[in-house]
Write a protein that binds this ligand. Structure first.
Ligand SMILES: [Fe+2]
Length: 354
């Protein structure tokens, strides 16, 4: 964990504080090649943040307008959804995209026709197609061209993810979860998952971008449902050694990953998205499922690079078996990391939640 910018001398006190902070972040992880790479990346952004915005690291008092949580533990994720949450209804365009994905007789023209019904979606798809995430030689200026270049499967899943994430734009009650941080985290996870999938030689890598974008949908729903519960979770996750999932398990009996899987299953989303969402904090669900394993690793790396939700300090435990199951050596991850920041910023700007 050394220099942030080799041309500048680091402030020794801030450097010490950043090293201590990073040690605590990774306290549940054993030393390994990939962990050393990620700790270095974490040190860079933690040091920079400590210089630019030291208040971010101070313990914040509980907001006065958030009352105590009622302590009622739901019987199950379904019980929670029934009693606590008004899920947004699915827009017509999303229902039609799903029908097209599920119908083997659908054509690229059918997809382009559905996408064209929603001007905002068309704008997002065109801008994404022209972004640094793709390297098409010509400008993509029509939906049909985007579908032709991306391919039917990629274009339909990109549209599915874009419309789904756009459902989660409301500002939080009490703002316990910062909506911009949430979006950046989801987009970062998607970009990193797609980059890992490409490096690992997977097909239809777009689905990894979508899986990353949707993986924390359950977290959004929990935090949107009840500000008192959200605050209670953050308080509990802030205690020594705890992560957010531990706090969720203690207060709710399930974590946001399980809840997200239940929501996407109810919405009849593709199985890969349901599985990767449900398993992104549970190695036992992911170890025999490399697609979900990639999303699991991407989520960890997104946090290591500073695209965290600001809800708990520690980054969880990266499972060695899952890293091995993907088969990429640490140096391949090192190659991926420098390019992702620019793409994440660009896609955030395109899909901007505000
Ligand atoms: Fe998560």
């Amino acid at each position: 964990m050394q220099d942030v910018d080799k041309t500048k001398t680091l402030n020794p006190q801030i450097k010490e504080a950043a090293i201590r902070y990073v040690k605590r972040m990774y306290q549940n992880n054993r030393d390994s090649d990939i962990m050393r790479v990620l700790k270095k990346e974490s040190f860079k952004h933690v040091y920079k943040k400590m210089v630019v915005d030291p208040d971010e690291f101070k313990v914040k008092p509980r907001p006065a307008d958030i009352g105590a949580w009622n302590g009622r533990k739901p019987e199950s994720p379904k019980d929670f959804l029934k009693s606590k949450v008004v899920l947004p209804s699915l827009p017509q365009v999303l229902i039609e995209i799903q029908k097209i994905i599920q119908d083997p007789g659908s054509s690229a023209d059918d997809l382009a026709r559905v996408l064209n019904k929603d001007p905002k979606l068309v704008a997002s798809i065109l801008r994404l197609s022209n972004s640094a995430m793709y390297s098409f030689r010509t400008e993509v200026d029509t939906t049909s061209r985007a579908v032709a270049l991306l391919g039917f499967k990629q274009a339909s899943s990109l549209a599915l993810g874009t419309v789904s994430l756009s459902l989660f734009k409301r500002s939080m009650k009490g703002a316990v979860l910062h909506v911009e941080k949430f979006w950046k985290h989801c987009i970062a996870c998607g970009v990193i998952a797609q980059a890992i999938a490409e490096a690992a030689g997977c097909e239809n890598v777009e689905r990894f971008f979508v899986a990353g974008m949707l993986h924390d949908i359950g977290l959004y729903v929990i935090f949107e449902s009840d500000a008192s519960l959200a605050q209670e979770l953050v308080d509990l996750a802030g205690k020594e050694g705890n992560c957010l999932c531990d706090a969720e398990m203690e207060l709710l009996g399930f974590d946001h990953a399980t809840l997200g899987g239940v929501i996407l299953k109810d919405w009849s989303f593709p199985t890969m998205l349901v599985r990767s969402t449900a398993g992104h904090h549970d190695p036992s669900k992911v170890v025999d499922d490399p697609d979900s394993g990639i999303v699991y690793i991407a989520e960890f790396i997104a946090q290591a690079l500073g695209y965290d939700l600001g809800l708990s300090l520690i980054v969880g435990t990266l499972n060695d078996e899952i890293i091995e199951s993907i088969g990429l050596p640490p140096e391949r991850y090192v190659e991926i990391l420098p390019s992702v920041h620019k793409i994440i910023d660009e896609i955030f700007e395109i899909l901007n939640p505000s």
